[in-house]
Design a protein around this ligand. Sequence first.
Ligand code: ADQ
Length: 462
Amino acid sequence: MSRLVVVSNRVADLTKASQSGGLAVALGDALRQRGGLWFGWDGNVVERGKRVPPTIQVDGQVKTVTLPLTDRDYEEYYLGFSNRVLWPVFHYRLDLAKFETAFLEGYQRVNFKFADALVPFLEPDDLIWVHDYHLIPLGIELRQRNIKNRIGFFLHIPFPPPDILAAAPENEWLVKALFAYDVVGFQTETDLANFERYIVEQGHGDAFIDHRLVCGSRSVVADYFPIGIDVDSFFEMAHTPEADSQIDLLERRTIARAHIIGVDRLDYSKGLPDRFRAFERLLERHPENQKAVTFMQIAPPTREDVEAYVDIKHELEALTGSINGQFGDFDWTPLRYIHRSVDRNTLAALLRGSQVGLVTPLRDGMNLVAKEYVAAQDMEDPGVLVLSKFAGAAEDLKAALIVNPYDIDEVADALQTAITMPIEERRQRQNALLERVRRHDAQNWRESFIEVLENVSLGAAV
Ligand code: ADQ
């Protein structure tokens, strides 16, 4: 079995995989089974011009190789092109994108440096799996260094429609860069269709029935692979004696009979201001929920060096103050907004202890919180998932209450339906949801991607 080499912007700490969730859970097992290497940024920033050799850590069969970014690279590659250009554009938010030439140069420079630093660690049989929008051109850089291995790429965020992508600088270069890979994976059918439309409708190439797309002298296999979670371990985390006492505490500390929960990084793509307004609308339209329902939003800070993130933080603080000021009472705080990271065990307990999971991104690649909410529920007395139709997860989780997150009345009505839903309907929906969450779990995601990558006929010169 060939080794697996994972490349991503940040490298997760595999020794704390169950605590960090996400990629660490999804890829940790594969790395341990096959042996391999995880390469990426160590999260540190050093002065420009300073050359720091990669840090190598070995844990059994798995090596992690990490390096810092210079302050300039951090500004231009990470904050600049990745998070001020690609993140907003790929989330359909051209209004928030900021284009500067230096950003693109920084992005290309870091991908160049990453390739230089990675090549000495590669062996001829390695399967290389590159992750996410920070590293789209890494494939080209590796090919230019004569790396002939199978290389796959997975995009964790949405792939926008061609008309939107056309507004990004160097979009043609960026999309064509994907053809340096052998397999390109997306989260959903919609993302895959957008990629195919970009290639075919704009005359850059052709699509064939076996998922192969051809562009110039290169071809790739492009398909969708919905990412998932480790369902059993999340369920277990939500059902420990400590979780029981946390849920007890949650219930005893309040007069509310129903809890609504939201858990998201504080990001404008997650639709938090509209979500807060929908909760406010629920209290206005259905006043019987006053003193009877609470909403807890956990939203840890991210990317605070980007202006759009500071703006949304202020907006949420103002909305929280205004909603609590208008509706709160000495014995009831309607909205609890926690702007901190929360330990995953507590998170699992809170998801289980909440009667409604409110997941209303304006656009999201997949959204693992929706899946975690389903996995955490008690099957006998499950809660209800209210899910945005613009989350990738909605393609699969059709048994949730699917809403348009921009329509505040609709979300408020869905909340009311969720709070008052009879137990039989809740159980039916939960059964259907859990079946989907299990079908597309973390293991299925990584194994299906790796299987396609291992068996693909190589993409060069068709
Ligand atoms: P994210 O945008 O980060 O991921 P999401 O899929 O919801 O979004 O994953 C977030 C993870 O962080 C979840 O496992 C969640 O439990 C955890 N988390 C969130 N808030 C937390 C908190 N306060 N404390 C502790 N943990 C917290 C990107 C894409 C998504 C895609 C994933 C995976 O934007 O669309 O689903 O990658 O591909």
